[in-house]
Design a protein around this ligand. Structure first.
Ligand code: CA
Ligand code: CA
Ligand code: CA
Ligand code: CA
Length: 320
């Protein structure tokens, strides 16, 4: 037989084998989303239970969920289980395999994780958190040999994913003032996918928007809403005399950083209803607000007004 003919037969055989293997893999993992491709099961794990909600409705057949560690390494993926109209999460989250020191396959001791869902009908990935869950990471992973992780063992706990990707959901009212300035994190300007938000003293979201980048400078142009006195059960923003604080959301690092901080320790005062125009105290678009990644500053909120003891105040603080 001619060597080229042998080669041809070999190639055909290899091709058939590859196709055969691929079809087996495809059957094992039907429609696994591309971004979850690397989420292979291995070694130690703990399982995450719950229900997945997308924009207020249960996720659907064919949707997937995955967990990623702090370095964006996939630590596990699974298809959602749709039963009785609910989409259940049964997600094994794997540890980093110690026998492969050059590869990080998942969770290391003390490491946090975040969740990402794949909405198959929209062909879209959505990262948790959202406005209902203001801090990005889950910090209770444990290797329990595949058993449910105690902190995430509740089948009925709902996890709401927001498909808009907007980390904040603002309730606008008919009173507002605009806050102008520039924002930096540790002296570095932010990017256009980053956000800035304002919260009142009670931690109620009063406004949020993406930063505007011009010539590398990230500008704040933030509408901050007042509380609507007619909606007595909801506090949509700033009340008369109420102070506020700012927060940036760094989208690439999934981190939220508050201001004031160790360098600048006062809450913002002087909010005014300007019918949307700039608030006089915050009308300088060149004023810089530098957010510090490593700030352990504690802000005492309005409650300090009637807090007489330090212990009482300590209970009523928000870590910024
Ligand atoms: Ca490893
Ligand atoms: Ca890791
Ligand atoms: Ca209200
Ligand atoms: Ca308020």
């Amino acid at each position: 037989m001619m060597p080229s003919a042998i080669q041809f037969r070999k190639n055909v055989l290899v091709t058939i084998l590859v196709l055969f293997c691929n079809s087996i893999v495809a059957q094992m993992n039907p429609n696994i989303p591309a971004l979850f491709d690397m989420c292979s099961p291995h070694g130690s794990a703990g399982t995450f239970f719950g229900k997945a909600i997308i924009d207020g409705n249960p996720a659907e057949e064919g949707d997937w969920i995955a967990a990623f560690d702090e370095d964006d390494n996939c630590a596990g993926a699974s298809q959602l289980i749709v039963f009785n109209g609910e989409a259940y999460i049964n997600l094994p989250i794997y540890g980093n395999d110690g026998t492969t020191p050059t590869e990080d396959e998942g969770m290391d001791p003390g490491e946090n994780f975040y969740l990402k869902i794949y909405d198959a009908s929209e062909d879209k990935y959505i990262i948790y958190p959202n406005d209902d869950f203001p801090y990005p990471y889950f910090d209770q992973w444990l290797n329990v040999n595949g058993a449910p992780i105690p902190a995430y063992a509740d089948w009925n706990k709902e996890y709401d994913f927001s498909s808009t990707g907007i980390p904040y959901e603002v309730a606008s009212t008919n009173t507002a003032g605009t806050f102008l300035g520039t924002a930096t994190i540790d002296g570095v300007y932010l990017t256009e996918d980053d956000w800035i938000a304002a919260f009142d003293e009670g931690g109620n979201l009063a406004g949020a928007t993406q930063l505007i980048v011009n010539n590398g400078v990230s500008y704040i142009n933030l509408t901050i809403y007042g509380d609507d006195p007619y909606t007595t059960t909801v506090d949509e923003g700033i009340n008369a005399g109420e102070k506020f604080y700012l927060q940036v959301y760094d989208a690439s690092d999934h981190i939220y950083i508050n201001y004031p901080n160790n360098d600048s320790t006062s809450l913002f005062e002087g909010w005014a209803n300007m019918n949307g125009a700039p608030i006089p105290l915050y009308s300088n678009f060149n004023a810089n607000y530098n957010f510090l990644q490593n700030s352990d500053y504690l802000v005492f909120l309005a409650l300090e007004n009637f807090c007489l003891s330090e212990a009482c105040c300590a209970i009523n603080t928000y870590l910024l």
